[in-house]
Design a protein around this ligand. Structure first.
Ligand SMILES: *[C@@H]1O[C@H](CO)[C@@H](O)[C@H](O)[C@H]1NC(C)=O
Ligand SMILES: *[C@@H]1O[C@H](CO)[C@@H](O)[C@H](O)[C@H]1NC(C)=O
Ligand SMILES: *[C@@H]1O[C@H](CO)[C@@H](O)[C@H](O)[C@H]1NC(C)=O
Ligand SMILES: *[C@@H]1O[C@H](CO)[C@@H](O)[C@H](O)[C@H]1NC(C)=O
Ligand SMILES: *[C@@H]1O[C@H](CO)[C@@H](O)[C@H](O)[C@H]1NC(C)=O
Ligand SMILES: *[C@@H]1O[C@H](CO)[C@@H](O)[C@H](O)[C@H]1NC(C)=O
Ligand SMILES: *[C@@H]1O[C@H](CO)[C@@H](O)[C@H](O)[C@H]1NC(C)=O
Ligand SMILES: *[C@@H]1O[C@H](CO)[C@@H](O)[C@H](O)[C@H]1NC(C)=O
Ligand SMILES: *[C@@H]1O[C@H](CO)[C@@H](O)[C@H](O)[C@H]1NC(C)=O
Length: 887
């Protein structure tokens, strides 16, 4: 508190003592403005009285085009500027636009800028502005655009803000505002955009006054604390184009809307507690009478008009509410609609064949509702459809032949419905990744054509009435899931499908046979036809004898192949590259990889085994299987790239061998196991200085991969179990850049199916951004750093209400004195200062906004400076720019 007051105090002193000789000419004003700014990157070096550049051409400065030229706009985004925003800038009498977004100005809202008589735009988005919104905000009477989003502004929105009658854009998104939103927002009659999203401390009803904002185009209130019913605000909002009320606590029904919203592009009320019948009316009053809707449709007049009212709608999201009633059929035909998300409601209705008119449709998710419908043939005509997910509904009838006609279709989920008939041949959807038809009444055979879909990875056909053989061709797919349990399949199961998958995926098919299954196949014994005549006992003896013989023969063949000169094992040819005198054959490796030598449980991309070399040395061998989408040539060159890395914090790859089926990566063996294991053992307390050094080591290794090694590499799977500790607790990063070895497709699908508990290391943008980035690694590092600071495991444990470490910390640090409660209580007080510094870095690294995360080399510097830090860390106690993290 004392520090806080100190900052305010010194700020006022600065303010009141800075006006000796007011400059008068415009360049002088600009130079004085620059003097009060810290410009660490020298971005404003051309702002100078010694250059020949006219000041109107200085960086970021724009002048009027008419004579005499005067400065009208200053635009200095993303220059890492800090210091003071001097009120002298208001001496520029025609200054209309001041944009200082994406800098690091650390101060309260600069009220003194209200002296700028012509100021229309003030953009201070994404700085470190703190404090409350003062009553005097009303002095900015000329402002049209006020953007203070992504700062640390707290407290209530004052009533006086209603005096800013000229406002067209008001953006307070991602701050720490609290309390009630005053009704005076209804006074902003010129307002086009209102953004109060991501202010999780707001506790407010949606002000009814919003209905007066006839010019409003964007209304963004998502992820804040809005509760209660949505008032009748839509009446007047004829220009509304984007509405987002998602992730609030809204209840009750959607209001009846008697005026249409013809401009509406996006409607999102997902993740609330809304109920009532379907939000009829957002597109026009004609279909207001929800009960007669279906009849109206048949009448043939009203739907066309309704469609016209909603003709521009692109995104419709009402998922995770309690909506009920009929989902109007015409909705499925809207020509611009791209996204329908309505899962987890109680909606009913039919999906009409005319869905083919919704030619832009990309994604449909209506799982867990009461839709009762056949699947329309028209689906096949939607060329952009990549996801159709309608599990847990009352869908019936046969699967249309066209179900897989969209060339981009990648996810089909129709499980838990009442579908009947046979599974059609799947030929056209070459991008299909996941097919779930579980728990229906499908009959007939599993189509062989599935085996020709190159990226098909998940197949769930369990709980149907499928018969016939499992097509042997399916073993060509790289399946991560193949569940056919509880059907009536028969015959031999292709061996690779038995060995790689849990037995439970085959159970409930009494007529399946093969090794590993309750029944051996009859033709395996070649005595099958005689069996009936033999006594049970004899049959058992014979079978056993045969099995043993067979195993011996197999073993002999295996050994033989193993030791033969060409280096053949099983089917594939082995190629080895050693960077270290290993003196070991592939065969030795395979022989020594068994349950006993396995380290830990299944790791991502394959298990790790401890192998003793003939020389007595230990190595760790990672066995990566079934990733043969890459050509051997590429695999080899990528492995070489990885193996050449030499850094003290990155595990050494001593060599590798690979066949068509497997890759063995031979690593140096590290004694202490993984950091994750150490954190998980509650009894092992690492002292703080050891933890800090571990953090610095990891950061250095990662910075090396990102910036120093050529080619630059991304880790992409950083977590505490992928950090190994040597005898001196020096951390070694392992499992890096495996995407390059197994190929992007396999990598993504494996990551997606990996133990979900490690998902808390994955940056939130991963879900929507396909492109991997350094920032995503930084996020994962931040999670590890939080583990080190708090002594908690990253993932939440099973118990109800427990949180992963990121959410847990974020919850605590925003309570006063909360920071002291998150650091590991087992570490003595004298380390707390350093720990708080590390916490600050970890919170930056785990920022939800990727651009806010520091680079790894900045992190290294930051962590190293903690050791020597004497003054208290300048902790921003709140990080609520990230309040989009769901609590
Ligand atoms: C330029 O500005 C500096 C300080 O800002 C001042 O000392 C110097 O006299 C100025 N030079 C000219 C030519 O105006
Ligand atoms: C600014 O630069 C442009 C082109 O570089 C030039 O045409 C213009 O005259 C300059 N403006 C002034 C006021 O010097
Ligand atoms: C940004 O500014 C701060 C404070 O002025 C400085 O410590 C930091 O090094 C700067 N960052 C860059 C990338 O210039
Ligand atoms: C303010 O600047 C940010 C950052 O560039 C930008 O995203 C935002 O649109 C700007 N605000 C307005 C109202 O233009
Ligand atoms: C808002 O407008 C109403 C009338 O429209 C007026 O009575 C009230 O004073 C205004 N509030 C503010 C804070 O300007
Ligand atoms: C929603 O309301 C419940 C109870 O009324 C409260 O516990 C919860 O924190 C609220 N959630 C949000 C996001 O405001
Ligand atoms: C069908 O449309 C006619 C007018 O075209 C209207 O009078 C009638 O009420 C409509 N029927 C229903 C069931 O809505
Ligand atoms: C409704 O639209 C269909 C085709 O979209 C058209 O055939 C029909 O005539 C239209 N009906 C009215 C009343 O406009
Ligand atoms: C599917 O199998 C179950 C049990 O064998 C049977 O009761 C049911 O009638 C079958 N359904 C169809 C559609 O064949």
């Amino acid at each position: 508190m004392a520090i806080f007051l100190g900052i305010i105090f010194s700020f006022f002193i600065l303010c009141s003592s800075s006006a000796p000789l007011p400059p008068t000419s415009e360049p002088d004003i600009l130079l004085t403005f620059k003097d009060s700014i810290q410009d660490s990157k020298k971005s404003l070096s051309d702002w100078s009285n010694t250059t020949t550049i006219h000041y109107c051409n200085w960086t970021g400065v724009t002048c009027s085009t008419t004579y005499p030229q005067t400065v009208t706009s200053i635009y200095l985004q993303s220059f890492n500027l800090s210091g003071e925003i001097s009120p002298l800038i208001c001496k520029l009498s025609n200054l209309a636009h001041l944009d200082l977004a994406n800098n690091i100005f650390n101060q309260p809202i600069p009220l003194h800028l209200s002296q700028c008589a012509s100021l229309e735009t003030l953009n201070l988005s994404n700085n470190l502005i703190w404090g409350t919104i003062p009553e005097q905000i009303s002095q900015f009477s000329s402002l049209k655009v006020l953007d203070l989003s992504r700062n640390h502004i707290e407290g209530k929105i004052p009533e006086s803000i209603g005096l800013l009658k000229n406002l067209e854009v008001l953006n307070f998104a991602s701050n720490l505002l609290s309390g009630n939103v005053p009704t005076v927002v209804g006074n902003f009659t010129e307002l086009k955009a209102l953004d109060l999203s991501q202010n999780s401390f707001l506790v407010s009803e949606i002000p009814a006054g919003l209905s007066k904002l006839v010019k409003l185009e964007q209304l963004l209130l998502q992820g804040s604390g809005f509760y209660g019913e949505i008032p009748d605000i839509f009446e007047g909002l004829v220009k509304l184009s984007i509405l987002d009320f998602s992730q609030n606590n809204l209840t009750g029904r959607l209001p009846i809307i008697s005026q249409s919203l013809p401009k509406l592009l996006s409607f999102d009320v997902s993740q609330n507690k809304l109920s009532g019948s379907f939000p009829i009316g957002i597109c026009g009053n004609k279909i207001m009478v929800s009960l007669s809707l279906h009849t109206n449709f048949l009448n043939g007049t009203i739907p066309n008009e309704s469609i016209n009212e909603c003709i521009n709608l692109e995104k419709f999201q009402v998922q995770n509410n309690m909506f009920s009633g009929n989902f109007p059929s015409w909705f499925w035909t809207l020509p611009k609609l791209k996204l329908i998300r309505a899962e987890n409601n109680r909606l009913s209705g039919e999906i009409p064949d005319s869905i083919s008119k919704a030619i832009e449709l990309e994604q449909v998710q209506i799982d867990n509702n009461s839709f009762s419908s056949r699947l329309p043939n028209g689906l096949g005509q939607l060329r952009n459809l990549y996801r159709f997910s309608a599990s847990q509904n009352g869908l019936y009838g046969e699967l249309p032949q066209s179900i897989c006609d969209s060339p981009v279709m990648s996810i089909i989920n129709l499980s838990h419905n009442f579908l009947s008939g046979e599974i059609p041949a799947f030929k056209n959807c070459r991008k299909l990744v996941s097919l779930s038809l579980a728990d229906n009444s499908l009959v007939g055979k599993i189509p062989e054509s599935l085996s020709e879909l190159p990226v098909l990875t998940y197949i769930d056909l369990s709980h149907n009435n499928l018969t016939g053989l499992i097509p042997p061709q399916l073993q060509n797919l790289k399946l991560a899931l193949f569940n056919v349990s509880f059907n009536d399949l028969s015959g031999r199961v292709p061996l690779p499908l038995v060995s790689g998958l849990p037995a439970s995926y085959l159970e409930g098919n009494p007529n399946l046979c093969g090794p590993g299954l309750p029944h051996a196949c009859l033709d395996d014994t070649s005595l099958g036809h005689k069996k009936a005549g033999l006594s049970k006992f004899t049959a058992v003896v014979i079978t056993l004898t045969l099995a043993v013989t067979l195993m011996m023969i197999l073993a002999a063949v295996y050994m033989k192949r193993c030791s033969s000169k060409e280096g053949r094992i099983g089917e594939g040819i082995w190629r080895s590259v050693f960077f270290y005198p290993l003196r070991i054959t592939e065969c030795d490796l395979i022989m020594s990889m068994n349950e006993k030598s396995a380290l830990g449980n299944q790791a991502t991309f394959g298990r790790v085994y401890r192998v003793r070399l003939p020389s007595g040395e230990l190595v760790a061998v990672k066995r990566i299987e079934n990733f043969t989408t890459q050509s051997p040539k590429i695999i080899k060159s990528e492995l070489k790239t990885l193996a050449k890395i030499r850094h003290k914090n990155i595990i050494k790859i001593l060599g590798f061998c690979h066949s068509d089926e497997s890759i063995f990566l031979i690593y140096e063996y590290i004694v202490k196991g993984s950091l994750g294991d150490v954190i998980n053992q509650s009894d092992s307390q690492l002292p703080w200085n050891v933890r800090l050094n571990i953090a610095i080591g990891i950061a250095q290794g990662l910075a090396y991969l990102h910036k120093d090694y050529v080619p630059h590499l991304l880790h992409r799977n950083l977590k505490s179990t992928n950090i190994l500790l040597d005898a001196d607790f020096v951390p070694k990063i392992t499992d890096f850049a495996l995407d390059r070895v197994v190929g992007e497709g396999s990598f993504e699908s494996t990551m997606a199916t990996d133990n979900p508990s490690s998902s808390c290391y994955i940056a939130p943008e991963h879900s929507y951004s396909k492109k991997p980035t350094e920032e995503m690694d930084t996020y994962s590092f931040g999670v590890i750093l939080l583990e080190l600071v708090t002594g908690r495991k990253a993932e939440s444990n099973e118990t109800e209400g427990s949180l992963d470490v990121v959410k847990w910390v974020r919850r605590k640090v925003n309570i006063s004195n909360g920071v002291l409660r998150v650091i590991d209580p087992n570490i003595p007080n004298n380390c707390h200062q350093e720990m708080l510094g590390a916490l600050e870095i970890a919170l930056h690294c785990t920022s939800v906004v990727p651009e806010k995360r520091p680079s790894m080399s900045d992190v290294v510097r930051g962590l190293q400076s903690l050791n020597s830090r004497t003054s208290p860390p300048n902790l921003q106690l709140s990080y609520h720019d990230d309040s989009s993290v769901p609590v």
